[in-house]
Write a protein that binds this ligand. Structure first.
Ligand code: 9MR
Length: 448
């Protein structure tokens, strides 16, 4: 006989966030110290970090607002240009401010991993960011003529020259890893920082992308991991494929000997990225791509976190686009980080310039999501018409801590159905205790 427990739960005040300590990767998932699978569901903070002054508006109330929407994590952007604006000279004031800014997020109970960002090589190119100006010859910056959309500039001969210059110089790569060491020194005492994403959307320059991933990118990742793990041996490596993955080319990254690897690709629809909006018939392609990303993660022996997904709410189809992303993440059990937490009316920002929400975007992105799972996560999904979230997992009775599902605070009253578990509302979560090992199913319906 199967027992179905039906309850109506009301929201109650937040409980303290679970204390993070030592995270690992096992069987395709990040695991917390209690052995629970951790599903990162967060935002990128933010494009404002790409240029001087390298930080944005984000303060404690902003992070608390994100918590109230059910987010549990932040991909926090740093820039090599900010760390080492002048060759061989680290900006200590930047690193001190970085430490303070990151602590605002972790203090609000968010888990943080650090992304060293770049778009189009570096600061010397108009509209680009990442590597400091001194890392490439000035003649390249002078000859550069940007085109739109921005990412086509990856084909600029001058950008390619600088990218090739970086990948062919072991001295520059070592300096890059040394900049990472400085980040680790600055942040190593913060237990809420759980890992590093060594390079955003790595550009492959003029090399074949598979040769690049094997012979250039993987060695850089090893070098960066060695540097940061000298300070924080427990930090997870959120490793991205070459930026060519955004064009649909499968990754050729090799399996790493280093432990605790998270595969951290990005997921965008190419037409939407070109500003054309999202055609609903592209939903199947989003789902299929997520399956391929999970297969690539498995081949790497890694967990899967989609480090960026997002879109411009002014463009057609934003709800359908983000709904497809949510469905794809739930189908393959992927963590995912929205690009980006910014205030802007015409852009990917999660909020309007005045701090208001973008309703169509919000409806698809601010939804219940598994946070900690005492066992192996199965699928989760959301039925917009029925306003119902469903989630199944295989409960592991060796894991004693409860399963937590993040639920937006605005979901005041819920109808909860639990098969094989009991549930209660606690802070930003519905907390589940499995009553037996094996398949456990939860459904949450938002009551009007
Ligand atoms: O959304 C960002 C856009 O406003 C910038 O012009 C562009 C170049 O800096 O970067 C966009 O953000 C991208 C991010 O840096 C990397 N992944 C894709 C993001 C969305 O296009």
């Amino acid at each position: 006989m199967r027992w179905v427990l039906v309850m109506v739960l009301a929201a109650c005040p937040p409980a303290p966030a679970p204390t993070p300590a030592h995270f690992i990767v096992r069987d395709g998932f990040i695991r917390d110290p209690q052995g629970r699978a951790v599903v990162l569901h967060g935002v990128n903070v933010s494009g404002l970090h790409k240029q001087k002054p390298y930080f944005g508006f984000h303060d404690v109330p902003d992070y608390e607002r994100l918590r109230g929407w059910g987010f549990n994590s932040v991909r926090f952007l740093v820039s090599w240009s900010a760390i080492e604006p002048v060759r061989d000279s680290t900006d200590a004031a930047y690193l001190a401010e970085l430490r303070r800014r990151v602590s605002l997020a972790t203090g609000a109970g968010l888990l943080v991993f650090i992304d060293m960002h770049q778009d189009l090589y570096g600061e010397g190119f108009v509209g680009a960011n990442g590597a400091p100006r001194w890392t490439c010859d000035e003649s390249n910056y002078a000859a550069y003529r940007p085109v739109t959309p921005w990412f086509l500039n990856a084909l600029s001969p001058q950008v390619i020259a600088c990218v090739d210059g970086f990948w062919s110089s072991s001295a520059l790569r070592t300096k890059y890893a040394a900049a990472w060491r400085q980040v680790a020194v600055a942040l190593k005492d913060d237990p809420g920082v759980i890992g590093v994403d060594p390079m955003n959307e790595p550009p492959w320059g003029s090399m074949p992308n598979d040769v690049f991933e094997r012979n250039r990118l993987a060695p850089l990742y090893r070098e960066v991991l060695a540097q940061v793990r000298a300070e924080r041996p427990d930090w997870l490596g959120f490793l991205e494929p070459a930026a060519s993955r955004n064009l649909g080319l499968p990754t050729a990254l090799p399996r790493f000997d280093e432990p605790n690897i998270v595969y951290a690709p990005h997921a965008y629809d190419p037409d939407a990225e070109r500003g054309l909006g999202f055609r609903p018939e592209r939903r199947a392609a989003i789902l299929e791509n997520a399956r391929l990303l999970r297969a690539e993660a498995e081949a790497l022996g890694a967990a899967l976190v989609i480090g960026e997904y997002g879109g411009n709410a002014r463009h057609p189809g934003i709800f359908e686009y983000m709904d497809a992303q949510y469905a794809s993440q739930g189908e393959v059990g992927a963590g995912a980080m929205y690009w980006e937490h910014r205030r802007e009316d015409d852009g990917y920002g999660l909020e309007l310039a005045d701090g208001g929400v973008k309703p169509e975007l919000h409806r698809a992105v601010v939804r219940p999501t598994p946070d900690r799972v005492a066992g192996t996560p199965g699928r989760w999904a959301f039925d917009e018409t029925a306003q119902t979230f469903t989630f199944t997992f295989e409960a592991d009775d060796a894991v004693k801590a409860p399963t937590l599902v993040s639920v937006p605070d605005a979901w005041r009253d819920l109808e909860v159905r639990c098969e094989g578990c009991t549930a209660r509302r606690e802070g930003h979560w519905v907390t589940l205790e499995a009553t037996r090992a094996g398949t456990t199913s939860l459904s949450l319906r938002r009551l009007p």
